[in-house]
Design a protein around this ligand. Structure first.
Ligand SMILES: O=C(O)c1ccccc1NCC(=O)[C@H](O)[C@H](O)COP(=O)(O)O
Length: 206
């Protein structure tokens, strides 16, 4: 099976173009203001316009106000929302857009029960949320704790070109998601690391 690839936390047009040229499936833009990878909606809209058909734009939020989320949706027209905080299932559903729910694997005891709560989620992004933080920590969690889930699993948290093949072999996720592992600095991606990551995923799929 082909493992889908999402690159997250992009802020520069050259990084978006490089990711598209590598054939990634989705690009994540972070609209949580506390993030070091935050992008203004107007700038993200320009980045989004560089995406060809069949490459998805994903808008990330973390306990943000509904007005802010609506503003971002209006400006960026994301294909998918991604919620990283304590958003409840009704809150996540109120925007009438498909969404992923991030599951904080470092703190959630029963990930399957957690996932069942979010009956409307299109998939679950399993991340470490290291030290009670958000996402994008660059920290791996214990992959043996990944249960069978009723909808697609997007594996995130500390992935890079060196460990993603092992992660795919062990978890067999629908998709992998990376931010820190393809960066020079927060929000600034590295062309060589992006390429190495995609090549490692393709090799793992063969
Ligand atoms: O990236 C952030 O700064 C961030 C802030 C608040 C909520 C979510 C955030 N990022 C989510 C992600 O980018 C993914 O979880 C990520 O791909 C995994 O990150 P990493 O461990 O750095 O690869």
């Amino acid at each position: 099976m082909t493992t889908r690839i999402k690159f997250c936390g992009l802020t520069r047009i050259e990084d978006v173009r490089a990711a598209v040229a590598l054939g990634v499936d989705a690009i994540g833009f972070v609209f949580a203001r506390r993030s070091r990878r935050f992008v203004e909606p107007g700038h993200a809209a320009a980045l989004r316009d560089a995406l060809p058909p069949f490459v998805s734009a994903v808008a990330l939020f973390m306990d943000d106000e509904p007005d802010w989320i609506e503003q971002v949706i209006g400006a960026v027209r994301p294909d998918l929302l991604q919620f990283h905080g304590e958003e409840t299932p009704p809150f996540a559903a109120r925007f009438a857009r498909p969404y992923l729910k991030a599951v904080p694997m470092a703190s959630v005891g029963d990930a399957a029960a957690y996932a069942r709560r979010y009956a409307d989620a299109r998939g679950f992004l399993l991340d470490s949320h290291a030290s009670g933080g958000a996402g994008g920590s660059g920290t791996v969690f214990d992959w043996s704790a990944v249960p069978r889930l009723p909808r697609p699993v997007v594996l995130a948290g500390g992935l890079d070109a060196g460990n993603v093949a092992q992660a795919i072999a062990q978890v067999k996720p629908y998709a992998v998601d990376v931010s820190s592992g393809i960066e020079l600095a927060p929000g600034l991606k590295d062309a060589a690391k992006m390429r190495a990551f995609v090549e490692a995923v393709r090799a793992a799929d063969r």
